[in-house]
Design a protein around this ligand. Structure first.
Ligand SMILES: [Zn+2]
Ligand SMILES: [Zn+2]
Length: 116
């Protein structure tokens, strides 16, 4: 095998490896955008409803309060953490405490960021 050909093969291999590495590191997860601070997560306080929903900051509310459940209309839905693994909404309990581990799948829950 001639020297230049070997060099070309090595360069191609490194290029492919680098491409795969960058692709792997920057690969977005399925719920990537919902994990950003741009999203606020809520869980409806009505036990019969319990809807979890997300709200993107800056979205026009159409005059509706963002902590009003869009399903049953209960006012004062709780701030919640959304599990990035299984999608469970874990409501913040009283005193601002909240679970750090998803009770459903055991994944780490993202911290709830302050609203203002
Ligand atoms: Zn509701
Ligand atoms: Zn989970």
């Amino acid at each position: 095998m001639s020297k230049p050909l070997q060099i070309i093969i090595v360069v191609l291999c490194l290029g492919a490896a680098g491409y795969l590495l960058i692709n792997f590191m920057t690969k977005p997860s399925a719920t990537s955008n919902e994990g950003t601070p741009d999203y606020l997560h809520f869980k409806c306080g009505n036990a019969e409803c319990g809807l979890g929903y997300s709200w993107k900051r800056g979205t026009d509310t159409g005059g509706r309060d963002i902590d009003t459940c869009p399903d049953c209309g209960t006012i004062e839905a709780s701030r919640a953490a959304k599990c990035q693994e299984c999608g469970l909404y874990q409501a913040m309990s009283g005193h601002g405490a909240y679970e750090k581990i998803c009770p459903q799948c055991g994944a780490d829950l993202p911290p709830i960021r302050e609203q203002k």
